[in-house]
Every structure is written in C-alpha cells, then in structure tokens.
Ligand binder design. Structure first.
Ligand SMILES: C[S@@+](CC[C@H](N)C(=O)[O-])C[C@H]1O[C@@H](n2cnc3c(N)ncnc32)[C@H](O)[C@@H]1O
Length: 236
C-alpha cells in the first residue's frame, strides 16, 4: 500500500481489469458513476462539460473515431450523430456489455473486447485509418512501456491528418504520483493509478509529430490542486 512520489513504479494491469469488471457490478448511482467515480448528478454534469470541451476543439463530422479504453461507451453518446463511425475497445467485458446494451440502436457505433496494448489490426470491427483518437481517464492505468505502445498504435492506425484528444487526471507537482494498492476511502478498495505530469505526457506524445497542441486544466472543483488535477490535450 503506497503513495509514491517521483518513482517510476509499475502497476498491475490484471488489477486494472479486475477493478473495472467489479465496478461494472457495483450498485452505484448511474452508469456514468461507474467510470467517473462521482454521484449521478456530478457525473452527468462532468460528462456534459467534457463533451462541450471536445466539441469546441474537434469536429468529427464524417470522421472515423477510435477510443482506447472506452468503458461504458459514453463518448459514443457524444459523437454518434456526427461521426461516420465510432469504435471503442476495452478489456473489461462487463463494461463493454453495458456499452453494447446502451448503444445497441446506434448503428455506426461499435464496441470491441481487446486489450489496448495488444491490438489485432485485422480483427478490428472498423478498418483503419482513423481520423480521431480519444483517451479519457485511461492512460493513468497504463505503465510507461504500454503508454508508448498506445502512441505507436495511434501512428499506425491513424490517418495522415489525425487528431488526438486526451483527457486525463495528471500530477500538478514537479513529478508524478503513483498510487499502488493504496486504500481509497471513496472507492472502498485498494486503488492503483499513475498521475503523470504534463511534461511527462508531452514527452510520450512527441512521436505523434503534431503541428498544433492545446493543453489546459479543467474541473477546478474536482481537485484541491495540491497534488493532482485534470488536463486535456488536443493534438493535430
Ligand atoms: C475510468 S474508465 C474510462 C472509460 C471511458 N474512457 C470514459 O471516459 O468513460 C478506464 C477504462 O480503461 C479501460 N482499460 C484500462 N487499461 C486497458 C487496456 N490495457 N486495454 C483496454 N482497456 C483498458 C478500463 O477497462 C476502463 O474501462
């Protein structure tokens, strides 16, 4: 049980998978609460605000969207009426069941069981290239080597003018914070996650060779800003 400052310590991806599969079964306020960890009202509010930020920077009209770690598929709700297609992959069967059930009538939305670090390109339900990539509340559950795989996959699966939207909890200290089997009172479990600094993330994103970058901090009310905050990155 630890709270590690600065150290590069790996977290257990099997724990991540089990944690999300168990959360899908929890009796929480709403489906949004499963992945946003807040009550119904606050989760809905946050989902709305995140959608607004996304649409401010990215127009998905006629675009093919790919999400790594899609969970209950809430980004499909935000995009289905504009994009050509949306494909979300996840390694939690239980969360994918919720996504498939919720968006069963959205014909251009697809949810697929697949590890984001072991993508089988030939098996993808929507064929690349993809125009827009999304990660949201996902990269903090990946170790550094796996994060490099995600960036490589964006380059491999993306169109020449791809856009990347990333919204993640980050460290606002000088160095990263890793929670490793750290008891979370709110979630009532031992919890693991890596809060990287903005600069660390930017170093990981360098191979994307983007021409423009927007980074900003959001959700001031969700954080006391002493150690962590929320940031979004838009690269194109
Ligand atoms: C906090 S949820 C966020 C879900 C969704 N992106 C959203 O914003 O609502 C994190 C998701 O990442 C998924 N995940 C974590 N590591 C993964 C991996 N290696 N491969 C696929 N999915 C992964 C989890 O199963 C979970 O659904």
């Amino acid at each position: 049980m630890s709270r590690l400052y600065g150290d590069k310590e790996n977290i257990d991806s099997n724990w991540v998978k089990d944690f999300f599969n168990e959360r899908a079964k929890k009796d929480v306020d709403s489906d949004l609460s499963i992945v946003l960890f807040q009550d119904k009202e606050n989760s809905e509010q946050r989902h709305l605000e995140e959608k607004k930020i996304f649409h401010k920077y990215i127009d998905v009209s006629g675009k093919k969207v790919f999400e790594f770690g899609c969970g209950i598929g809430r980004w499909a709700e935000a995009l289905h009426d504009k994009c050509e297609s949306y494909l979300g992959i996840d390694f939690s069967e239980n969360l994918l069941d919720i996504a498939k059930r919720t968006y069963a009538d959205k014909e251009n939305c697809h949810f697929q069981f697949m590890s984001a670090t072991d993508i089988k390109i030939d098996e993808l339900l929507v064929k690349p290239p993809f125009d827009v990539f999304i990660t949201s509340g996902f990269l903090l559950y990946l170790n550094d080597d796996d994060l490099k795989i995600i960036v490589d996959n964006m380059n491999l699966l993306g169109s020449e003018d791809k856009k990347v939207f990333i919204m993640e909890p980050t460290s606002c200290m000088d160095s990263r914070l890793t929670l490793k089997d750290f008891y979370s009172e709110g979630l009532e479990v031992d919890y693991s996650a890596i809060y990287r600094t903005k600069d660390e993330y930017l170093e990981f994103f360098e191979p994307l060779n983007y021409n423009s970058l927007i980074v900003d901090t959001i959700f001031d009310d969700l954080s006391d800003h002493s150690e962590t905050d929320y940031k979004f990155f838009v690269m194109e």
